[in-house]
Design a protein around this ligand. Structure first.
Ligand code: NAD
Length: 740
């Protein structure tokens, strides 16, 4: 079975997301809805979506639209028909009847239902048709959420399911997990339970929502939206519907029932239009006081709002053992929540899946947790866990584990896929070195460096790990969401606050030396980015010899936004790339002006396709839909380059002063139009200085080291200004740029 043509029925949130992802994979797809206007509107929504659902907007017409009355004959041509209409069984049954009358024999049909069991969905199908029917449960937004749950029925044609799974993994880039036909499958069953536990325990223990989110968040390896922030993001009303469906579907004895009960405050929020971010606000809301926007949080006891309070739980790293052993309410809360999640998840094995490991992976792929419940248990330690947790009667998994006390019970990761992923390799690779910012693994004949800081922000230690790992072919890759959000600004500001500029200079110099070593080391260096690849993260990438990029990247040099210039070789490399164009051969100003525009505005690209015209990525860089395959593709690059020779050093002829003056004229125009303000002028002038070559002339040859020096000098002059420090502080506290 080959999937070359797909019809998606229902063009709402999920249908349009699925169609967009098929379009990303260059698979012709038709979106059908009740009326063509509805699917046409969906197409417009796809085009305008932020973050974008399409990798390449110019491909939008790969999505064909129509309606289920006039265009239903298209179903006859489809290899795969996906039903994504409203969650109503009567409507779904109706559609299946029509589909199975029309579809071609070797096609496969699936539903995107999030809560209706396949036994009910397929109850009216013939035994023959049941063979070709399954559930494909995608998560929203489809391009960015990696989990896909596939549910088969007892009659399913397993060969076909295997093909579909493989297609979804490789072509659509999903982590496709086959699970049993139980309410909420894996991700939502555990994920929503976890949210409910985190919420009900916060009520019980009288924690503020800021406190609960500060713990049920990064310290537990969970996204920083925590529980109340996530509730607001999903929609408090939608969550209430999800809970109602669980209450209906699950037996009364299921522990879920206990935490799914309606909470009066939540009911009141929904009734008064406080449904979350899409409504007037939710647990958090943005309020305007004296014309100033203030983020407020609700008091769970009184229902009143107050300005949010920053909670510092003084733990930068994910350290579950330390967290649950804290001798305070936070430790108590963390233990209570984590132990309940572990207990619940393990009590459902093998009912919801034969492989407990799939639950961990579902939480990683569908909820962006860095560890699932069983890995949490492993990290806490089996003996430690049972020292504290005694009430597990009837939980077969825990009863058994309490006897074997096997600290290494967890075993292989990512059993759901045949792909040799980083997660699997890490378990068998030798950990050869590492520090608090990065780990180095040796696997076969190459090294792997994985950054391990928050958003993989880079510091001295990250560079140290890279430097140490260049004694073999090196793959820079990681499992967490971001490749790297750039240099660690907090780390830099800690020095700036003490006016210790020498240390900053030393760090930037070390950053440059490391990147140079990556570029010219004897062995090939491959960067395999996904997620944010910004600033210093991009500089690591651009000075690697090869790139295998996931299609979901956000890439760019954004230093000017925080009042700096790229100083790890970013200016230099971009100048080089642009100087290789035909236009640059005839016009020495061409490349510097292009780069001035790109870096000056801090332009970013949200996919490799957008990155190429900016030359953040090159046509020869590999672009991969399947994140799980990044390691394999990187390995094949090593194999293909056994006779690798490092590149020759490059040199530059730059115009110097006349070009700098030209650039300053451009800045003055922006300044007069108030696009930039005083400090924007200062930053722009420093950038102009670097990109024009500083004190040089077109006949002089500048080396890469000369360029590094120009970058470093400008960087140092800028970091010492109060205005740049103001920008950095503002960005660190708000996540937004300061225009000054
Ligand atoms: P939605 O309300 O956004 O869209 C449903 C679409 O179906 C609408 O455009 C509607 O016009 C269309 N429709 C209704 N009856 C139809 C018919 N007879 N023929 C053709 N089109 C018809 O819904 P959604 O959020 O996209 O959900 C779709 C399915 O996906 C549901 O089964 C839902 O449970 C499931 N799901 C939703 C999410 C989510 O986050 N929204 C996540 C996973 C799964």
């Amino acid at each position: 079975m080959k999937i070359n043509n797909v019809v998606v029925i229902g063009s709402g949130t999920m249908g349009s997301g699925i169609a967009a992802q098929l379009c990303n994979a260059n698979i012709p797809v038709t979106l059908l809805d009740l009326k063509t206007e509805i699917s046409q509107k969906a197409k417009e929504r796809i085009e305008k979506s932020r973050p974008p659902l399409l990798i390449d907007k110019s491909k939008i017409d790969g999505i064909n639209v129509g309606n289920i009355t006039d265009n239903f004959n298209l179903v006859a041509e489809a290899d795969w028909i996906v039903e994504a209409v409203v969650e109503r069984i009567d409507i779904k049954h109706d559609i299946y009847e029509k589909i199975f009358k029309k579809r071609k024999k070797d096609s496969i049909v699936s539903s995107n239902t999030s809560s209706i069991p396949i036994s009910i969905l397929s109850e009216k199908l013939s035994e023959e048709d049941k063979k070709d029917f399954c559930i494909t449960h995608f998560f929203n937004p489809v391009r960015y959420m990696d989990l896909l749950e596939i549910v088969k029925n007892e009659k399913s044609d397993l060969e076909k399911i295997k093909h579909l799974k493989n297609f979804c993994e490789v072509d659509l880039g999903k982590g496709a997990i086959i699970c049993n036909d139980t309410p909420g499958f894996l991700g939502n069953r555990i994920g929503v339970y976890a949210m409910q536990v985190a919420m009900t325990e916060a009520f019980k223990m009288k924690l503020s929502i800021e406190e609960a989110d500060a713990i049920f968040g990064r310290p537990m390896g969970i996204p920083k939206t925590g529980v109340f922030g996530l509730y607001d993001l999903i929609g408090i009303d939608l969550m209430a519907d999800v809970l109602k469906s669980f209450i209906k579907e699950l037996p009364e004895s299921d522990e879920f029932q206990e935490v799914a009960k309606e909470i009066p405050l939540v009911k009141k929020l929904i009734e008064t239009g406080y449904t979350g971010r899409k409504g007037k606000g939710g647990f958090y809301r943005m309020n305007k006081v004296d014309n100033k926007k203030i983020l407020e949080a609700i008091n769970l006891e009184t229902g009143e709002y107050h300005p949010t309070q920053k909670i510092n739980i003084k733990s930068e790293k994910v350290d579950l053992k330390a967290l649950i052993n804290r001798d305070d309410r936070y430790g108590e809360y963390a233990w209570s929540v984590i132990s309940k999640i572990i207990n619940y998840a393990s009590s459902l094995v093998p009912g919801i899946t034969d492989e407990f490991n799939d639950i961990d992976e579902a939480m990683r792929l569908g909820f962006n947790w860095s560890k699932g419940p069983f890995e949490m248990l492993e990290e806490i330690g089996v003996a430690n866990f049972f020292d504290k947790f005694t009430n597990y009667e009837g939980n077969k998994f825990l009863e058994n584990l309490s006897k074997t006390k096997d600290e290494k019970f967890h075993g292989v990761r990512q059993k759901y896929t045949d792909i040799e992923t980083l997660g699997k390799v890490k378990k068998t690779a030798t950990s050869i070195d590492g520090n608090s910012s990065a780990s180095i693994y040796r696997f076969n004949n190459f090294n792997i460096v994985e950054f391990t800081t928050k958003a993989n922000a880079l510091d001295y230690d990250s560079m140290d790990a890279l430097k140490k790992a260049t004694d073999k072919p090196l793959i820079i890759i990681n499992e967490s969401m971001q490749f790297s959000a750039g240099v660690n600004l907090t780390y830099t500001m800690n020095f700036a606050d003490k006016a210790d500029y020498k240390s900053i200079e030393k760090f930037v110099k070390y950053f440059q030396d490391t990147c140079k070593e990556l570029k010219y080391s004897k062995y090939p260096v491959i960067s395999a980015p996904s997620g944010l690849t910004l600033g210093g993260g991009f500089e690591v990438l651009v000075q690697s010899n090869f790139v295998a990029s996931h299609t979901n990247i956000v890439v760019g040099l954004v230093e000017t936004m925080v009042g700096l210039v790229p100083a790890g070789g970013g200016c230099k490399e971009m100048l080089w790339r642009w100087s290789q164009t035909d236009e640059a051969k005839n016009d020495p100003d061409y490349a510097p002006l292009k780069v001035f525009d790109i870096i000056g505005y801090g332009k970013t690209a949200t996919s490799p396709v957008e990155a190429e015209p900016l030359k953040y990525l090159l046509p020869e860089n590999k672009k991969i839909m399947s994140r799980n395959s990044l390691l394999n593709v990187s390995r094949s690059i090593i194999d293909e380059n056994r006779d690798f020779k490092p590149p020759a050093e490059v040199s530059f002829n730059l115009p110097g002063k006349p070009l700098k003056e030209k650039m300053i004229k451009l800045l003055e125009k922006l300044y007069n139009n108030r696009v930039i303000l005083d400090h924007g002028m200062v930053v722009g002038t420093e950038l102009a200085n670097v990109l024009s070559g500083g004190d040089t002339s077109i006949d002089k040859v500048l080396s890469e080291d000369n360029l590094y020096k120009l970058e470093l000098d400008s960087f140092m002059r800028l970091i010492e200004t109060k205005e740049t420090q103001d920008r950095i502080k503002h960005t660190l506290s708000t996540g937004k740029p300061l225009v000054n």
